[in-house]
Design a protein around this ligand. Structure first.
Ligand code: PLP
Length: 237
């Protein structure tokens, strides 16, 4: 599989931004309130550099070692914001706490507490989203909606973390209406937390196949891989 050229990546980004703008307008939302996170996992570092050259500055990575190698070889790039979007095991929290600006996949106390304890004091607070498993799919990570309020309470009490919002990775749905249902549920969960006194501003939802539905339901941070970079290299074992 040939990686996308810088020209293709720039063109894809322009197309995605045009679609984001059109949908935000259709939804009556401020287009500036919807940010794009480029999920560069399993893409060569050249793809990330090409996207940065085309104006993209927020990147999501799922595998810690791969992300650190990319950080190492992109030190010359300024203003890059790194998001960890992968499943987080306890033995990887230190590297994540030391090297990322955001973590989207906090789903239990132990992980939150370790990230908090391991976040270097010289760095700003670590931005975190709690991942919610909306459909109770056993194969997926994320906390059950019924346990969300207690975890949100716990995370917001940790001094080195800043709880920003919620993230979900819903099952693939057929049409636009079906796609919107889980995104609406996530938004309602966020609104319920804010009614309890939280001040969360981030809904991390929407991927290449369903980001328009996510914008319609209030997404503030879209996580797109394929639509920007093309197909990924064969997934790792
Ligand atoms: C891979 C991945 C994405 C991007 O998926 P695409 O369908 O390629 O846009 C978004 N979020 C998470 C958590 C991912 O693992």
């Amino acid at each position: 599989m040939t990686p996308a050229t810088p020209e293709i990546i720039a063109r894809n980004l322009a197309r995605v931004h045009a679609r984001m703008l059109a949908v935000a307008n259709r939804a009556g939302r401020d287009p500036g309130a919807v940010r794009l996170l480029a999920v560069s996992k399993a893409q060569p570092v050249e793809a990330l550099i090409a996207a940065r050259a085309a104006g993209q500055n927020e990147f999501g990575e799922n595998y810690v070692q791969e992300a650190l190698a990319k950080r190492q070889s992109t030190q010359q790039l300024h203003g890059v914001i790194w998001h960890f979007t992968g499943t987080l095991q306890a033995n990887k929290t230190r590297l994540v706490a030391e090297n990322f600006d955001w973590v989207h996949t906090v789903d239990r106390r132990k992980i939150a507490q370790r990230l908090n304890d391991q976040r270097p004091t010289a760095l700003p607070l670590l931005n975190v989203c709690i991942e919610v498993n909306l459909d109770g799919e056993a194969s997926k990570s994320g906390i059950a909606p019924g346990q969300l309020a207690a975890l949100a309470e716990y995370v917001s009490g940790l001094p080195r973390l800043k709880l920003r919002g919620l993230m979900a990775l819903p099952a693939v749905a057929a049409g636009p209406a079906e796609q919107r249902r889980p995104f609406r549920e996530l938004r309602q969960l966020l609104e319920a937390l804010n009614q309890r006194g939280h001040a969360l501003d981030t809904l991390s939802m929407g991927m290449s196949a369903d980001f328009e539905a996510a914008i319609m339901e209030g997404a503030t941070l879209l996580r797109l891989g394929t639509a920007i970079f093309g197909a990924r290299a064969a997934s790792r074992s």
